[in-house]
Ligand binder design. Sequence first.
Ligand code: LHQ
Length: 259
Amino acid sequence: AVLETFDSGVLTLVLNRPDKLNAFNEEMHMALRTGLERARDDTDVRAVLLTGEGRGFCAGQDLGDRDPRKGGPAPDLGHTLETFYNPTLRLLRDLPKPVICAVNGVAAGAGANIALACDIVLAAQSAKFIQAFSKIGLIPDAGGSWSLTRILGEPRAKALMMTAEPLTAQTAMDWGLIWRAIPDEDLMTEAQSLALRLAAGPTVGLGLTKMLVQAAATSDLDTQLDAERDAQRTAGQTADYAEGVTAFLEKRAPNFRGD
Ligand code: LHQ
């Protein structure tokens, strides 16, 4: 349910249930988790690229898996989140490497919020982000109630979530929700080139940068200054820092190894 390829430091994960617009079933959840765990544990992996097969990125939860007409007790959706979605969101957040998301088409429900949990989000011009949850009586999950509120502020976050109106890639970019909207035909080339560039970067420093930015959401300035001090101490001890300064002084491009 997830295609995995590795090349030049980039682990590419492709959500692969195109007939269902890559909606999540349990198998796809576990395959994505396995891929992210590999990205975390394999030191050869220095960046992750997440995208979807076919015309959609991800339509959120597979609603065919939970047909109420089939009867039986109502499923415990809190359990579904705790078991399947929340571990993935935490893996994305805690992975000390850049995760690039190429949103190749519609991203709805949890699919939208998983995309927005990635570190750098590129989206095809034709892609749309839909907080689809309210259409079926649910609340925005997969971290959306947190991330959208933080990025957009309450007025836009509430309106998007309560109306479930599709947001175009262009507006998502204009609102600062994603890094760039890209012409459809250029999306994958640009996303791959960005992933390769980051995979050839100073991996420890990039990972620390990610952690600092995320910590800023809940830190005061004093705490953050302390965190910067500690992180810079670590970065300053890497071989990549020595290489970066040496390359600068020698007026050449650095050759970062990721340690
Ligand atoms: C789908 C789906 C889908 C199954 C398209 N499931 N088949 C967490 C915890 C536990 C439970 C519940 O949920 C959650 C989190 C969530 O993610 S809740 C939100 C779930 N997602 C949605 O509500 C979105 C449902 N999908 C749509 O609204 C539309 O499909 C969008 C707007 C994404 C795309 O519309 P179109 O481009 O017009 O495509 P389509 O609707 O024709 O879909 C194509 C096919 O994909 C179609 O199958 P078919 O056999 O008729 O060709 C759809 O049934 C199937 N599909 N989303 N979530």
